[in-house]
Structures are given as structure tokens and as C-alpha cells.
Design a protein around this ligand. Structure first.
Ligand code: HEC
Ligand code: HEC
Length: 355
């Protein structure tokens, strides 16, 4: 009898522990993923979307439909209803979620882009004069090793010995907006593992940086909230100042295939950082140089790609630096044109600390 009671008590306490552990997990899950429905003012269909995906999803909408925010919204009053396309979009969101639920086990296989493909009015007539897809180049009989690709890259930049002598860098650049006309002056500073870029929009300066431990971004009077993936990219800018360390930046690198970008052959390498952020690196086969880097974040409405293209490598005191850097994401694009590079000039450490 006594042992039976004991057993009941033990079972009860286990049950309680499990119950509280479960409640703890629930509470944790809830505080961890705030939903768009909780964070924003007038959400009727994207209620369960993680709040930190909303910005990316809106940018995907603009790119998928080939429009800008004002197609659906009135100025900055994003919570306001009244524009027909916003109403239409709500119906479309429900439809897209239903298609994925009914057919693809809730995986976001069909997205706005599947039908819209860059147009707000989808095309229901097949293209009668299609441009044939370029064929993949023939694959090499012996695959290059990651070591060979990396060695060629370091040599193409000027060699490990010369690279190791660069301890700081100051760059004057222009940020060119997609219209090709709007140009903002930029200054970029590097020191081993640290980075700061300051862009001046009229009279307002926006500065982003990585202190060696912390990524930050600041407007004129306040800090701008960084999502984890945005902070990660600011950190990567700092790390790639020392490209000779590329194997330390990406402890895992795997050769995938030979492909083409703009008609030129590239080796495609998948890479993962120590914290397991996955990126894809593209090295020009002939020159050995890194020409593209991309990373992607899955959202409920498709993949948000962050892509950086490096072009026009020029020699600065024996070291090659890409002087045209194109940043592209759904709905967001700009180009950094490097005008002046100064190696090993004085750069104060305090510049990189979160101000
Ligand atoms: C194709 C139409 C469409 C485009 C383009 C679009 N949005 Fe939206 N947006 C919506 C819809 C629909 C909602 C409401 C979703 C809901 O009710 O669940 C919304 C909601 C929002 C909200 C939440 C507002 C609140 O507090 O309730 C923000 C912020 C927002 N959009 C920003 C943007 C930005 C910034 C852009 C441009 C990068 C953009 N949107 C482009 C359709 C669009
Ligand atoms: C299965 C195909 C399909 C998918 C997926 C789809 N749409 Fe559409 N969408 C259409 C079609 C077809 C029309 C045109 C309807 C018409 O003309 O009556 C349309 C029209 C629209 C319109 C009105 C356009 C205008 O010119 O006023 C908006 C806005 C829109 N879609 C947004 C979206 C968004 C946002 C998504 C993703 C959440 C999406 N659609 C997903 C097929 C699709």
C-alpha cells in the first residue's frame, strides 16, 4: 500500500514537472517568436507570420509583383486600408497559403512569384518566342579541390604575404541607387576583424559597424534594430577585409559545380561559418577571384536572397580590391563604387565601437 502511494506521488510529481516544463517551453516559444499579428496594428491574414519576417515578406511582394510599396500602401501609413491592391493581396495571401497547405504539406513551394514573376498582372499566355535557357557548362573531369580554389583566390589578390601586411584600410566610395542617378558619398574603414561604413543622405548620416564582437547600425539620432541575418552580414564585411583567412571565416567549404555568371565560368562553393550560417561563393575560373557571395533566408512566402557581386578588381599597392560591389535583395538594390583606397593609414579603434 505504502509503495503504491509513493508511486502515485512520484508519478504525480513527474507529471507536474513535465507539465511545467511544457508550459515553460510554450512561454519560451511565445516570447521567442512574436507574430506579425502581435506586433503590427492591422494584420488580418498574416497573423501567424513571425514578426521579424514581415519586412522581408513585404520586400518579396514588391519584387514578385514588380511594384513598390505604394502600389498597396499610402505613403508610410502601412496599417491603413483603402487601396484595392492591398485588399487583393490579402485574398492572394490566403489563396497562396491554402495552395501550400492543401498540396505541399504547408511548405512554401508556391509563392507570389510562381504566378506573378515580376508582373502585377500574371501572364496566362505562354511566351511564343522563348529565349532558350543557357546550358550548364560541361563539368570538369577532375573536380577542383577547395584548397586549389582558395589558393588561386589568395594568389590572385596579391598573395598571403602581401595581404598579411595590410592592417587597416580607409575607402572613399559612392553609393549608387538603382535609378543610377542618386549618389551618396560613403566612407568605409577597416581594421583586422572590424568594419565601419558611413553613408551620407543629404544631411543625414547612417553608419553601420562591427566592433569585433558586436554589429550595430545608427541613423542620425538613434540605433536601427538589426535582425540576426543583417547583423551577420555586417560582421561578414569585417571578416572579408582579411580574405587570406577565408578558411577561418568558413570552416566548412564544399565544391559543388562549374557554372556561369554573365557568360563567364565560375566554381560554385557552398560554405558555412562557425555558427553555421550557409553561404554560396562563386570564384571566376580564369582569374581565381571571388565574384559573388549569396545567402538566403526562408520565409513563409519564399526565399529572401542576399547577394553581393564583386567586380572591377583593381590593384592598390599590390593588393586587388573589387571597386564595384553590387548588393541585391528582393526589392532592394544598390552599388558601392570604390573611388579611393588607402592601406595602413591611421584608423582609431574607437571608431568601430558601438557609439
Ligand atoms: C502587393 C501588396 C503589398 C505590397 C507591394 C506591400 N505590402 Fe505591406 N502589406 C500588404 C498587406 C495585404 C498587409 C496586411 C497584411 C494582413 O492584413 O495580414 C500589409 C502590411 C504591412 C505592414 C504592417 C502594417 C500594420 O501595422 O498593420 C507594414 C509595416 C508593411 N506592410 C510595409 C510594407 C513595405 C515597407 C512595403 C514595401 C517594401 C510593402 N509593405 C509592400 C500588402 C503589400
Ligand atoms: C496561383 C497563381 C497566383 C498566386 C500564387 C498569386 N497570385 Fe496574385 N494574381 C493572380 C492572378 C491570376 C491575378 C489577376 C486576377 C484578375 O485579373 O482578376 C492576380 C492579381 C493580383 C493582384 C492585383 C493586381 C492588380 O493589377 O491590381 C495583387 C495585388 C496580387 N495578385 C498579389 C499577390 C500576392 C501578394 C501574392 C502572394 C501572397 C499572389 N498575388 C499570389 C495569380 C496569383
Amino acid at each position: 500500500m505504502k509503495t503504491k502511494i509513493k508511486l502515485v506521488i512520484i508519478l504525480l510529481s513527474v507529471a507536474c514537472a513535465v507539465f511545467f516544463a511544457f508550459r515553460g517551453q510554450l512561454a519560451e516559444a511565445q516570447t521567442k517568436t512574436e507574430t506579425a499579428g502581435q506586433k503590427f496594428k492591422n494584420i488580418k491574414v498574416l497573423t501567424d507570420l513571425p514578426a521579424d519576417q514581415l519586412g522581408k515578406v513585404m520586400n518579396l511582394f514588391t519584387a514578385d509583383l514588380g511594384v513598390d510599396c505604394s502600389f498597396c500602401h499610402e505613403g508610410e501609413n502601412f496599417e491603413k486600408d483603402g487601396k484595392k491592391p492591398k485588399d487583393d493581396a490579402r485574398k492572394m495571401i490566403k489563396m497562396t497559403m491554402a495552395i501550400n497547405k492543401d498540396n505541399f504539406n504547408n511548405r512554401p513551394q508556391v509563392t507570389c512569384n510562381s504566378c506573378h514573376n515580376g508582373h502585377h498582372e500574371p501572364q496566362n499566355v505562354p511566351n511564343l518566342n522563348p529565349v532558350p535557357e543557357p546550358e550548364r557548362p560541361a563539368q570538369p573531369t577532375t573536380k577542383p579541390t577547395v584548397d586549389q580554389i582558395v589558393d588561386k583566390y589568395i594568389t590572385a589578390l596579391g598573395g598571403a604575404a602581401k595581404l598579411s601586411k595590410i592592417t587597416s584600410r580607409t575607402i572613399k566610395a559612392s553609393r549608387i541607387e538603382p535609378d543610377g542617378k542618386t549618389v551618396e558619398p560613403e566612407t568605409v574603414w577597416f581594421k583586422s576583424g572590424k568594419y565601419v561604413a558611413s553613408t551620407t543622405y543629404g544631411k543625414i548620416a547612417v553608419t553601420e559597424g562591427y566592433s569585433g564582437t558586436e554589429a550595430w547600425k545608427r541613423g542620425e539620432n538613434s540605433f536601427i534594430d538589426l535582425k540576426a541575418d543583417e547583423a551577420e552580414q555586417i560582421k561578414r564585411e569585417a571578416e572579408l577585409f582579411s580574405p587570406a583567412n577565408i578558411k577561418a571565416i568558413y570552416p566548412t567549404m564544399t565544391y559543388r559545380l562549374l557554372d556561369r555568371i554573365d557568360g563567364r565560368e565560375v566554381y560554385v562553393v557552398t560554405a558555412a561559418t562557425a555558427s553555421n550560417v550557409r553561404e554560396t561563393l562563386f570564384f571566376n575560373v580564369l582569374s581565381g577571384l571571388l565574384v559573388r557571395r549569396s545567402t538566403s533566408t526562408q520565409t513563409m512566402f519564399g526565399i529572401f536572397v542576399y547577394q553581393v557581386d564583386y567586380a572591377d578588381y583593381k590593384d592598390f599597392a599590390g593588393i586587388k580590391v573589387p571597386t564595384t560591389i553590387r548588393y541585391s535583395m528582393p526589392g532592394i538594390r544598390w552599388t558601392r563604387k570604390i573611388l579611393e583606397v588607402k592601406n595602413n593609414g591611421p584608423v582609431e579603434d574607437v571608431r568601430f565601437a558601438k557609439p
